[in-house]
Ligand binder design. Structure first.
Ligand code: GDP
Length: 298
């Protein structure tokens, strides 16, 4: 992930080294190169435009600095702007005033929701929380079973509909799970919902019904970073259909170009909270915009 973008940006910025004062033409040329690198990384056009406009304006207006040469100043500006489009500060989970905190996971099928549910549960348990996983993906055959396997590996209990009762109603399961969490004193409830291969109305309605029934403190939109610009379209559909308060990027270990990661925050206005980078439960971390920016700038 980001390898090509990282290489391109490093080369562009290296070319500035050794220059004394940068002319406006130098800055324009550099910004043109950065623009191409971002577009090739599949970053959404409005994001690229704003990014370039900011870098240009700040670079041209940069004070002559004692501490940094002109090239270093541009690198600093690009770094700060990258942190900005990635969300600025690290955003922590919103916790409910009265337990349990309810976190709902939404996204397309295959985005990595169920895997993520296990990772997040393990992470939270490691922080001293007592999460309960809830299987509300009753569409996909085997999804309940998959969550149970993931829960077992994470050492976190799973609330699931009784077997043999037909498909069951996910809204009802979610509601009963919250009661169970209160009874058994779980301070967090992670609700795994059904995804479809594409965005569809029934999926949105069901997710909205679950949302209304359990009033989550966070709705996390889980999105596969490998799908590039499609991540942005999917995010917009979920924002309009269900709404969400944060994003989780998955499959950052893949060889995606990075466009989804760089676009999703700006386009949806919601922060990226976590990143998943592999199939194992440990391949998971809090998303830190500054660390990601440093990774991109190499
Ligand atoms: P769901 O349909 O959204 O619940 O998605 P799953 O959790 O079942 O994940 C779909 C596939 O992606 C599975 O094969 C997972 O092992 C895989 N997967 C999930 N997260 C990651 C990740 O961060 N990196 C990689 N490489 N694979 C992942």
């Amino acid at each position: 992930m980001f390898d090509t973008l990282s290489d391109r940006l490093t080369t562009v910025l290296k070319n500035l080294r050794g220059k004394g004062r940068l002319s406006d033409a130098d800055i324009d040329a550099t910004c043109r190169e950065i623009r191409i690198a971002l577009l090739e990384a599949d970053v959404a056009l409005p994001v690229v435009r704003q990014f370039i406009a900011q870098v240009k304006e700040r670079a041209k207006g940069a004070e002559v600095s004692e501490a940094l040469n002109p090239a270093q100043q541009v690198v600093k500006i690009v770094n700060e702007e990258l942190i900005g489009i990635l969300g600025g500060e690290t955003r922590r989970l919103n916790l409910a005033k009265t337990a349990p905190t309810v976190i709902m996971l939404a996204g397309l099928q295959g985005a990595g929701k169920t895997t993520l549910a296990g990772k997040l549960a393990k992470f939270l348990a490691g922080q001293g929380h007592t999460p309960l996983l809830v299987a509300c993906d009753l569409q996909r055959p085997n999804a309940v079973n998959q969550l149970q396997v993931v829960g077992e590996r994470a050492g976190v209990p799973v609330y699931a509909p009784e077997p043999g009762n037909g498909v069951g109603d996910p809204v009802d399961v979610a509601r009963r799970a919250i009661e169970e969490a209160r009874r058994a004193q779980h301070d967090m409830v992670l609700v795994d919902t059904a995804g479809r291969l594409g965005v569809d109305e029934e999926l949105m309605r069901q997710a909205a019904d679950i949302r209304d029934a359990v009033q989550p403190d966070e709705i996390l939109f889980v999105v596969d970073a490998m799908i590039g610009q499609d991540a942005v379209t999917t995010a917009e559909a979920f924002r309009d259909g269900v709404g969400f308060t944060g994003v989780v990027l998955t499959k950052l270990d893949g060889d995606a170009r990075g466009g989804a990661a760089l676009s999703v925050r700006h386009v949806t206005g919601q922060p990226i909270l976590f990143a998943s980078s592999g199939e194992k439960l440990e391949d998971f971390d809090v998303f830190h915009p500054d660390r990601m920016a440093s990774r991109i700038l190499g």
